[in-house]
Design a protein around this ligand. Structure first.
Ligand code: ADP
Length: 653
C-alpha cells in the first residue's frame, strides 16, 4: 500500500490497515516455497559440479548494472531522479564471511522480490528439460544456461542470501532471505535509499572446494576485471593496502581507499585488435545467457550514412524456444553506451532472427519513443547495414571455414531457407548463395558448386524430396538419375521445395523435381517407344486407373525406375512433398492441397507382363497392392494396412 493512500483515509481506517499489515507480516513470514519447477532447478544449480562457480559475481553485477540502467533511463524523462552517483559497490567482510553487492538502481518492491526471485524459469523451459531427460548428451548446465537464472548462481557459493531492496517511487523497503531450495521469506524492512543490497553468506570450505578465495580482495578484483570490466558504472571496492609510513621510516601503515575496479569501456567500443577471443566469448555468454561459446562473432564499426558499432553473435545451439512463438528476435539498442531497447526487432530480418547482439549508435536520440523509433530513418539505415554485414560475414565463413559454416547451417539453415521463400521471394537474391543442400555428391553443396559440377549437356538442376538423405538416395527415380551420372540435391526440410520454387532458377539453370511425372531423361526415340508401349497396354492400364478411382490421375508405364517395379509421381504444380506440407497447415483444404498422383509401372519389370495377362480378379488385387507399395515408397500413409498385409499373405499362400 502506498503512502499517499494513508493521507486520504481517516485514522480509523489507518488503524485497520496497520492491523492488516501486521497480520500480513505474520502470514508472509511463514517460509514460502519456491515454485515447484524452480525448486528442482535450484537443487540442480546448488549441487551441480559446475566448475565456474565464480560467475556468480558477474551475474549479480550485471543485474545491478541493468537495474541502474533502468533508473538512468527513467531519469531522462523525470528530472527529479538523482543520477549523480550511480555506482555498484562490493564490500567484503572476512570475519562475517559475507560479500555485499550494493547498487542504487531502480530497486524492487516486496511484490517484485517475490515475483523475480521466487520463480527461476518459466515452465516452458522446464518442459524442454523434461523432454530431454535421460539424454546423456544433455549437459544439465547447458540447460540451466538457457534460463535467466543469473541471481540463483549465488547459491553456488553462498548458503544464505539476503536481498534488501527499495523500489523507485516506493516508501517501503523489503527483505528477501533464502537458504536455498527450502524456500524463502519476504518481510518489510528499513532502507533509506532506493536500490538493492545483496548479501551472500559464503559457504565454508569443503573438501575440494575453496570458497574462502571469494572473500579475498585480489580475487574479487580479478573476477571483476575478467567478467565485468566493460560495465558502464564504476564498480567500487574498499581496498586496504600496506603503504610506507611517512612518519616512521621502514614501517608501514594500513591505508584504506575506495578503488574503481573496472575500466568501464564497453567491449564493443574497443578496437578489435585489443580484444581476445575469450573476452568476446565471455561477454556473449554473460549478456545472452548462454553457457556455450558462440559459433561466430561479428564485430563491426561503421561510419558514413550512419555511424554505429555492432557486436553480434551466432549462437552454437538454438535457444530452447527458438522454434516457438515465444521467441523474440532483436538486437539490443544503445545510444552512446546507454541501453534504450532490449530487443529491437526492426534491426534484424527474420531470416537472421537467430543472431544475438547489440548496436550502439550516437545518431539516435536517447529518449526516442518506441513508436517513433519504428519510423526512424537512421534505424532503417542501420538495419540495412547490419543485414549486409551478417551476409558478408557468413559468406566469408562459408568460403574460408566451411566446417564452421556447416555447423551453423545445421542449426539455423532452415531459417535462411524460409527467408528465400518469405515475402514473395523479396530477399532471395541476397540469400541464395548462403544456401546449402545435401546432395548425391556426398555432404553439403552450395548451388554454385552444383552448377560448377554440371556437365555441358545437363541443363537442369535435379532434386528429390523425402524424409531423410538415405531414403531419398534409395528412391527408384533417384537411383536411375544417378546411374545416368547426374547429381541430385536432397531436400529433407519442408521449406526446401518452396524456397527453390521461389528461386525459380540459379545462374540460368532451372530446377526439376525428379519425382514429378513430367520428369524424363530418355532420348526422343526412347520416349516414342514408351509412348507406343503405353498405347499398346492401354486396356489394362485404364482398368487399373478405374480400379483406383480418384486416388490417381493416371497409371502409366515408364522406363525411369531402373530395376524397381513401381513408384508414384506427381503431376502439375503441387509435388508430393509440397502436398504433405500444405496439408499439415492449419485450415488447409485437403482437396485443394492434394497432389495429382500418377502410378508409374516399370515397363522392363516382369510385373508389367504379369499385369498385362492377369484376369480381372487378379488385376484388382495387384493394383491395390502396387498402389499401396508406391505410397509407402513415397513416404505416404496407407489407408488400410491390414487389408494390404492380408492381400500379400494371400498371394504367398
Ligand atoms: P535475469 O537477470 O536473467 O532476468 P535473475 O534471476 O538474475 O534473472 O533476476 C531476475 C530479476 O530480478 C531480474 O530480471 C530483475 O528484474 C530482478 N533483479 C535482480 N537483481 C536486481 C537488482 N540488483 N536490482 C533490481 N532488480 C533486480
Amino acid at each position: 500500500m502506498e503512502n499517499k493512500d494513508y493521507n486520504i483515509f481517516s485514522t480509523q481506517i489507518a488503524r485497520v490497515l496497520i492491523l492488516q499489515k501486521y497480520l500480513l507480516k505474520v502470514i508472509i513470514l511463514r517460509k514460502k516455497q519456491f515454485k515447484a519447477e524452480s525448486k528442482k532447478l535450484l537443487d540442480m544449480m546448488i549441487n551441480s559440479i559446475y566448475t565456474h562457480k565464480e560467475i556468480f559475481l558477474r551475474e549479480l553485477i550485471s543485474n545491478a548494472s541493468d537495474a541502474t540502467d533502468k533508473l538512468y533511463f527513467k531519469s531522462l524523462t523525470d528530472t527529479s531522479i538523482n543520477t549523480d552517483k550511480l555506482e555498484i559497490r562490493i564490500d567484503l567482510d572476512k570475519d562475517a564471511r559475507t560479500i555485499t553487492i550494493t547498487d542504487n538502481g531502480i530497486g524492487m518492491t516486496a511484490d517484485e522480490l517475490e515475483k523475480n526471485l521466487g520463480t527461476i524459469a518459466k515452465s516452458d523451459s522446464l518442459n524442454f528439460k523434461n523432454e530431454n531427460e535421460g539424454d546423456e548428451n544433455m549437459d544439465n548446465i547447458e540447460v540451466i544456461g538457457q534460463f535467466g537464472v543469473g541471481f540463483y548462481s549465488s547459491f553456488m557459493v553462498a548458503d544464505k542470501v539476503e536481498v534488501v531492496s527499495k523500489a523507485l517511487g516506493s516508501n517501503e523497503a523489503a527483505k528477501w532471505v533464502s537458504e536455498g531450495a527450502d524456500g524463502y521469506t519476504v518481510e518489510p524492512c528499513e532502507k533509506d535509499t532506493v536500490g538493492t543490497v545483496i548479501t551472500l553468506h559464503i559457504k565454508e570450505n569443503a573438501d575440494d572446494e575453496d570458497y574462502d578465495q571469494y572473500l579475498e580482495q585480489y580475487k574479487i578484483q580479478e573476477l571483476v576485471k575478467k567478467y565485468s570490466d566493460y560495465i558502464r558504472y564504476p564498480i567500487v571496492m574498499e581496498m586496504t593496502s600496506q603503504v610506507p609510513d611517512p612518519d616512521n621510516e621502514g614501517e608501514t601503515i594500513t591505508e584504506v581507499n575506495d578503488e574503481i575496479l573496472n575500466s568501464r569501456v564497453p567491449l564493443w567500443r574497443k578496437s578489435k585488435s585489443e580484444i581476445k577471443d575469450e573476452e568476446y566469448n565471455e561477454f556473449y555468454k554473460q549478456k545472452f545467457y548462454d553457457y556455450t561459446d558462440p559459433a561466430l562473432v561479428i564485430h563491426s564499426k561503421t561510419e558514413g550514412q550512419a555511424t554505429f558499432d555492432a557486436l553480434m553473435f551466432v549462437p552454437k545451439n538454438a535457444p530452447f524456444d527458438f522454434y516457438s512463438k515465444e521467441y523474440e528476435k532483436g538486437l539490443q539498442l544503445y545510444s552512446n553506451g546507454v541501453l534504450i531497447m532490449d530487443k529491437c526487432a526492426d534491426l534484424l530480418p527474420d531470416y537472421f532472427s537467430f543472431v544475438k547482439g547489440l548496436v550502439d549508435s550516437a545518431d539516435l536520440s536517447l529518449n526516442i519513443s518506441r513508436e517513433i523509433l519504428q519510423h526512424d530513418r537512421q534505424l532503417k539505415i542501420i538495419a540495412k547495414a547490419i543485414d549486409k554485414k551478417i551476409k558478408s560475414e557468413l559468406t566469408k565463413l562459408l568460403r574460408n571455414e566451411r566446417e564452421k559454416y556447416e555447423e551453423i547451417w545445421k542449426t539455423f539453415g532452415v531459417q535462411i531457407k524460409w527467408g528465400v521463400y518469405a515475402d514473395y521471394g523479396m530477399n532471395k537474391d541476397g540469400l541464395k548463395d548462403l544456401l546449402l543442400f545435401k546432395s548425391s555428391n556426398g555432404g553439403y553443396t552450395t548451388l554454385k558448386e552444383y552448377r560448377d559440377r554440371m556437365a555441358d549437356s545437363q541443363d537442369t538442376i535435379y532434386y528429390a524430396c523425402g524424409d531423410s538423405d538415405d531414403k531419398i538416395a534409395l528412391l527408384p527415380q533417384c537411383e536411375a538419375v544417378k546411374e545416368k551420372g547426374f547429381e541430385v540435391l536432397y531436400f529433407t526440410d519442408d521449406v526446401d521445395e518452396f524456397a527453390i520454387q521461389m528461386l525459380m532458377e540459379y545462374d540460368g539453370k532451372h530446377f526439376a523435381n525428379i519425382l514429378k511425372d513430367d520428369f524424363d531423361l530418355s532420348t526422343d526415340a526412347e520416349k516414342e517407344a514408351m509412348q507406343k508401349k503405353n498405347e499398346d497396354s492401354k486396356e489394362w492400364l485404364c482398368k487399373m486407373k478405374d480400379l483406383l478411382g480418384d486416388e490417381v490421375t493416371a497409371v502409366k508405364l515408364t522406363n525411369k525406375l531402373g530395376t524397381h517395379a513401381v513408384s508414384l509421381a506427381a503431376e502439375g504444380y503441387v509435388s508430393l512433398e509440397m502436398a504433405k506440407v500444405l496439408s499439415q497447415m492449419p485450415g488447409a483444404d485437403a482437396q485443394m492441397m492434394k497432389a495429382q498422383l500418377v502410378l508409374e509401372i516399370s515397363s522392363s519389370h516382369p510385373i508389367a507382363d504379369k499385369l498385362a495377362t492377369a484376369d480381372d480378379e487378379t488385376l484388382k488385387k495387384y493394383t491395390k497392392i502396387l498402389y499401396n507399395q508406391a505410397r509407402l515408397i513415397a513416404g505416404l500413409t496407407v489407408d488400410n494396412p491390414t487389408e494390404l498385409a492380408d492381400s500379400i499373405a494371400d498371394l504367398m499362400v
